[in-house]
Write a protein that binds this ligand. Structure first.
Ligand code: ADP
Ligand code: MG
Length: 238
């Protein structure tokens, strides 16, 4: 579960091609980071995988099945948004349970999954609070909790830490890495921050203007950058 393959996936908005045909394989359980400058197509690529945008051409496979035309809610993926998108009037428990309530799970199963997620995220003592009574980092964890309870094949993160201050960002970075170790679920993480990419990724995908410049482990990109763009971006000499 959690293997995602893009085969000649292309995206245009009107006349403008943002992503020329692109191939990419993401393996089960991998922590993959899409990195590149602002406007290079990171969010668009993630949204194509999530199904929030339709591909202009090409095929997206999830766990061996053609998911190209499958609606987002049926892809078995969970997107964690940059803004927390929590419901302010609901408790943490209700916020985390929300997707399960929508899916019609019974109350006992909802409670079980919410409490498991809360334990993983150190939110057990905060379940009856409302988002306004939480810190930024705790709110981010609630948003992640809402993704965890759906038991997705992969988590998709779009710059999830960019609203947090620097100190909190370092803490959350470690927490997300730790979460990946515990859950062993595929994670795709978008950032323009080279340090986040180098410290979190199993595999980094370097994008420039919708084109993959290089795919490799942090060490590979650092020691053998394919071109000056990658070298400059990752910060090693070439
Ligand atoms: P990134 O996330 O790397 O900053 P995006 O994927 O948001 O980049 O955007 C890539 C390019 O696609 C940008 O030039 C952006 O203006 C364009 N773009 C993104 N979404 C749309 C849209 N809905 N309509 C038209 N152009 C878009
Ligand atoms: Mg973006």
């Amino acid at each position: 579960m959690g293997r995602i393959v893009l085969d000649k996936v292309k995206k245009s908005f009107g006349e403008v091609t943002v992503i020329p045909p692109l191939d990419l394989e993401i393996n089960d359980g991998e922590f993959v980071v899409f990195v590149g400058p602002s406007g290079c197509g990171k969010s668009t690529l993630l949204r194509l995988i999530a199904g929030l945008e339709d591909v202009s051409d090409g095929v997206i496979q999830i766990d061996g099945k053609d998911a190209t035309d499958v609606p987002p809610a049926k892809r078995g993926l969970a997107m964690v948004f940059q803004s927390y998108a929590l419901y302010p009037h609901m408790t943490v428990r209700k916020n985390i349970a929300f997707p399960l309530r929508m899916a019609g799970l019974d109350q006992a199963e909802q409670n079980k999954r919410v409490e498991q997620a809360a334990a993983v995220l150190n939110l057990t003592d905060y379940l009856e609070r409302r988002p306004g009574q939480l810190s930024g980092g705790q709110r981010q964890r609630v948003a992640i909790g809402r993704a965890i309870v759906r038991e997705p094949a992969a988590f998709l993160f779009d710059e999830p830490l960019s609203n947090l201050d620097a100190a909190l960002r370092v803490g959350m970075r470690l927490e997300i890495s730790e979460l990946h170790k515990r859950l062993k679920t595929t994670m795709i993480y978008v950032t323009h921050d080279q340090v986040e990419a180098m410290t979190m990724a199993d595999k980094i995908v370097v994008l420039q203007a919708g084109v993959i410049e290089q795919v490799g482990s942090p060490l590979e990109l650092y020691s053998r950058p394919r071109n000056t763009f990658v070298a400059g971006f990752i910060g090693s000499p070439k």
